[in-house]
Design a protein around this ligand. Sequence first.
Ligand code: NAD
Length: 334
Amino acid sequence: MKILITGSSGFIGFHLSKLLLERGYKVHGYDSMNNYYDVTLKKARLGILKKYKNFSFSKNKLEDKKNVDKIFNKFNPSIVIHLAAQAGVRYSIENPRVYLDSNITGTYNIIEASHKIKVKHLIMASSSSVYGSNKKIPFKETDKTETQLSIYAATKKSNESMAHAYSNIWKIPITMLRFFTVYGPWGRPDMALFKFTKGIQNNKKIDVYNKGRMYRDFTYIDDIVNGIHLIIKKAPNPKQLGKFKDDSLSHVAPFRILNIGNTKKVYLLNFIKQIETELGKKAKKKFLNLQKGDVKQTLSNSNLLKSITGYNPTTNYKIGIKKFLEWYKNYYKL
Ligand SMILES: NC(=O)c1ccc[n+]([C@@H]2O[C@H](COP(=O)([O-])OP(=O)(O)OC[C@H]3O[C@@H](n4cnc5c(N)ncnc54)[C@H](O)[C@@H]3O)[C@@H](O)[C@H]2O)c1
């Protein structure tokens, strides 16, 4: 089976590509290798993927429609997993334009190309941030999502709407995945675990928003990519209407939204405490107010994913932090 993965040099894309290559799939990676964060890290991930004979790669932007079409025609994948995006809630306050280009125009190009070559299943990254200011937890796919708090979240919500419309008109099977705070080895330098570790290690102050009174459903990377792997063969099909409890399956299109999270909320100050314990060092915390665009808590209900695939995340945050730190110390030769 041939699978095209966008964002293959990114955190989730790298781990997913590696897993699928090991399982014998033919994978084509597509990534612009942009400099939103340390490009060396992206190159190192790509270097590992390039060792597999069943991997091929194109360095280009999603916005380059001609190139996207060319690569899709040439590789002719039956499955497309679209993970490339401008990620990050905080950066979307400073630089909203790049979110429109990568996430709206870019995603449009991917959906359109997938339609033209009639892919069997298009899987795309959405985000827990789509739940915005929702108060009822855990978040469920069938909850209303009308109050996104950042441009990042708004672009992800737009992706879901665009995907549904395309799926309705052209009957393309599309699954949207709402990821909940993913962390682990080879993680993103702009995210909490990485920033806290770097700060504590270098005796620098770490920014703690909302004075630490936040909860996140931290989800370990292996649980995420194993979940995506299980979804590949579970393309939404209108014949499944009524089969699964609380299904988000559309009534008019082969389209479904799935949460993918650990289903446990962790208090941010406990998360930091665990990093301190593992590093054997105290953090110097700078307590700040809630960052604009951010949410105080996230927690997934992933029962639908479990009913469809048997998904069962197994990594506790203490184990996950330990594994991240092992990688971090080894990678940075500490
Ligand atoms: N990591 C999380 O906690 C999390 C949570 C919710 C949603 N998501 C979503 O999951 C997906 C993967 O996230 P990640 O954490 O691996 O992020 P990442 O930034 O590590 O990976 C994204 C990759 O896409 C590439 N890219 C970005 N814009 C591009 C463009 N215009 N053209 C081509 N390539 C481009 C980047 O170079 C990068 O390698 C994203 O869509 C993100 O919004 C992630």
